[in-house]
Write a protein that binds this ligand. Structure first.
Ligand SMILES: *Cc1c(COP(=O)(O)O)cnc(C)c1O
Length: 375
């Protein structure tokens, strides 16, 4: 039995994999482009192995459509260097990472003149000067930004490529976000003479769809690229790129009263046909969903996860799928027939966020693309 609509050839010995729909990612890019219009550049956020989708494959598929690749660190940068788009380090560099960042020509994110000076001591460098307007993580305090920037201007070897800020609540607090974005406009007006050539950027995925008029020169798209909207109001514009699948390894008939998995937290209320599935928390399937009503799709039918998720296996109720046999594909995330399990559904059950579900898919899970990699 195969998954309806899937045209991929998957080895029957594969236990757990994700299928990445590169067309969906390119479509999502077009949705982002139509939200912001033709002017702004797009920075594709492909940190954390492209949110679990596989950074080299995703990067190659969109290299002609974006201006920048956003990564968290030097090792991630090296994996996507040389494909065309300029590589942008979104997190602060460790002191020990700075020589490689400068030598490779990456755009580095700095929060102070002191940090800029440390980079410039190594060699000429392009910086993204970050201003903290509410995120409370990296960035120069907004009140000090003018002074710091004036000082940065006096450091030889520094090019201010861009000036940016980050939105802490673009998906859950539109009032705060609107005020924050207005503040950024004021800051920009005040600082413009200090950095006339700098490109400004603030918007992440939720910002792009909620506040496209604040796109400035660049937008930074992560989650939306992968087809997941948060908040869900813009989901109709996007198409999820990931389907996460595993297989039935074993089918068993359990009597009423049988308990299932560690801790014996689930007791069969009636005779049940159950299947063991070749995926567990070591693959990234969230253990936290245990006992909370999670399901997988088997032959297009929702099948409840029973008892606790274990390291390499989970047990599901296949009483409604009498034809199921070992080797059959089940869907942990994505579509099968008319049913779909979204990242936000799984995240909600695990009391976490879609970003965490995507980035949690572990290295044991093979990434398979719906088209051959170019080049
Ligand atoms: C990760 C990251 C993003 C992407 O956020 P999404 O909500 O996934 O679009 C944007 N900007 C910065 C600075 C980031 O670190």
């Amino acid at each position: 039995m195969n998954v309806e609509g899937s045209t991929l050839k998957i080895e029957s010995s594969l236990r757990c994999w994700v299928e990445v729909d590169l067309d969906a990612i390119r479509r999502n890019l077009r949705a982002i482009r139509s939200a912001i219009g033709g002017g702004p550049e797009i920075l594709a956020v492909i940190k954390a192995n492209a949110y679990g989708h596989g950074a080299p494959g995703v990067a190659r598929a969109i290299s002609r459509d974006v201006a920048y690749f956003g990564v968290a660190c030097i090792d991630e940068a090296a994996r996507v260097d040389g494909l065309g788009p300029r590589v942008f380090l979104l997190s602060p560099c460790l002191p020990a990472e700075r020589p490689r960042a400068v030598g490779s020509g990456y755009v580095v994110t700095v929060s102070s003149a002191e940090e800029a000076r440390a980079f410039a001591a190594i060699g000429p460098v392009a910086i993204n000067f970050k201003i903290d307007t509410g995120m409370g993580r990296v960035g120069c305090p907004a009140d000090a930004a003018g002074g710091e920037l004036a000082e940065v201007n006096r450091i030889r070897g520094i090019t201010i490529h861009s000036i940016s800020s980050h939105l802490p609540s673009s998906d859950d607090d539109p009032e705060f976000t609107a005020r924050q974005l207005a503040r950024v406009e004021e800051i920009r007006a005040a600082l413009a003479p200090l950095a006339p050539g700098a490109k400004w950027h603030v918007l992440n995925s939720a910002g792009i769809f909620g506040f496209p008029r604040h796109a400035h020169e660049i937008v930074r798209a992560g989650l939306a690229l992968y087809g997941s909207a948060c908040p869900p109001g813009f989901q109709h514009l996007l198409r999820p790129a990931m389907a996460w699948r595993a297989r039935i390894t074993l089918v068993r008939d359990m009597p009423a009263g049988a308990t299932i998995s560690y801790g014996r937290t689930f007791r069969a209320p009636r005779p049940m046909r159950v299947a063991c599935i070749s995926a567990g928390y070591a693959d990234g399937y969230p253990r936290q969903v245990s006992g909370r009503g999670a399901a997988v799709l088997c032959a297009g039918v929702r099948c409840s996860v029973l008892g606790r998720v274990t390291m390499d296996q989970l047990v599901v109720d296949i009483s409604e799928v009498p034809s199921a046999v070992p080797g059959d594909v089940v869907t942990l995330l994505g579509r099968d027939g008319g049913e779909e399990i979204s990242a936000s559904e799984l995240a909600g059950l695990a009391q976490t966020i879609s970003w965490h579900i995507f980035t949690g898919v572990s290295s044991r899970v093979r990434r398979i693309y719906n088209e051959p990699a170019e080049g």
